[in-house]
Design a protein around this ligand. Structure first.
Ligand code: NAD
Length: 290
């Protein structure tokens, strides 16, 4: 496999495509944004002016797009039937499970192999080549996908059948939102009850309260691990994206007839925060509301 078409070169996709270039792949790039395309060119990608042209000679197509509606329209409009027969499709966007399965079904009917391969890790992990990929698809598809994903990853995990990557992603991010809110509440309570947040961090990060939000991404400025909290909650993982992911999880829970009371509450908390104009702030900024 030599040529990879990369569609969607935004905050995440830009760094990911650059890592494929470094790994020796020929990367044919497309994005609606001329700025994103120009940056990809600087990093060694070959820019194209349409998706169809970018995928025309691709052995594999990687997409990193904002949502399921766009993913479906890109694949049905300009990838399926335009990429060479037998090409491997990898959608790394975070989208709903139903759309992931539908698009993969359409691709397979047309003679392609597809995996859903959403990621954990933010923009730094995307440019640093240290994302975790959770992959849904057959064992054969997963084996092919590994070679493409390896240069962008610290871990590539086969989650199960098609759509399972998105199931893993929605569950992971619902859990992330819940432990972030819980960490913020505990920090705020410690402070109000007279315990310095740094002291609480030292204790709880080595006790049963330890979790990623507390230990590795401490949401309180100047306390614990360095995080966007130390930069006025700029950069990091935007609250608007967390709200999107919680929406996917709650819809997924309804489809699966699962009960997720804390997930629903987390969605309400992030919705209020985003509607108050904080969508661009890192999701740890929920601390400032307590
Ligand atoms: P982004 O908005 O920075 O990038 C998306 C890119 O897609 C943009 O450059 C946009 O111009 C392009 N695009 C939109 N429609 C297109 C189309 N029809 N054809 C071609 N290009 C098109 O978003 P991002 O932060 O890079 O996120 C991408 C995906 O990764 C999302 O699904 C997001 O949920 C997921 N994700 C993001 C993060 C993060 O920390 N940012 C972490 C994990 C997963």
């Amino acid at each position: 496999m030599k040529t990879i078409a990369f569609i969607g070169l935004g905050n995440m996709g830009g760094g990911m495509a650059a890592n494929l270039v470094t790994a020796g792949y020929k990367v044919h790039a497309f994005d609606l944004s001329e700025d994103a395309l120009a940056k990809a060119k600087e990093k060694g990608c070959e820019p194209f002016s349409t998706v169809s042209e970018a995928v025309a000679e691709a052995d594999a197509v990687v997409t990193m797009l904002p949502n399921g509606k766009i993913v479906k329209s890109v694949y049905t409009g300009e990838v399926i039937g335009k990429a060479p027969k037998g090409a491997l499709f990898l959608d790394c966007s975070t989208i709903d499970v139903a759309t992931a399965r539908e698009v993969a079904g359409l691709a397979e009917d047309a003679g392609y192999t597809m995996v859903d391969a959403p990621v954990s890790g933010g923009i730094a992990a995307a440019s640093g080549g240290s994302l975790t990929f959770m992959v849904g698809g057959t064992s054969e598809a997963f084996a092919k996908a590994q070679a493409v994903l390896e240069p962008m990853s610290k871990a590539v995990i086969h989650a199960g059948q098609i759509g399972s990557g998105q199931v893993a992603k929605m569950c992971n991010n619902m859990l992330l939102a819940i432990h972030m809110i819980g960490t913020c509440e505990a920090m705020a309570l410690a402070k109000r009850a007279g315990l310095a947040p740094q002291k609480f961090y030292e204790i709880s990060s080595k006790s049963t309260g330890y979790n990623w939000s507390l230990n590795d991404y401490t949401p309180v400025p100047g306390v614990g691990a360095t995080s966007p909290a130390d930069y006025d909650y700029q950069g990091g993982f935007a609250s608007a994206l967390m709200l999107k992911d919680l929406g996917l999880a709650i819809d997924g829970a309804h489809d699966a007839n699962a009960t997720v009371p804390l997930g629903e509450h987390a969605l309400e908390i992030y919705r209020a925060f985003v509607e108050a104009g904080n969508g661009g702030k890192d999701f740890g900024a929920i601390f400032t509301t307590l």
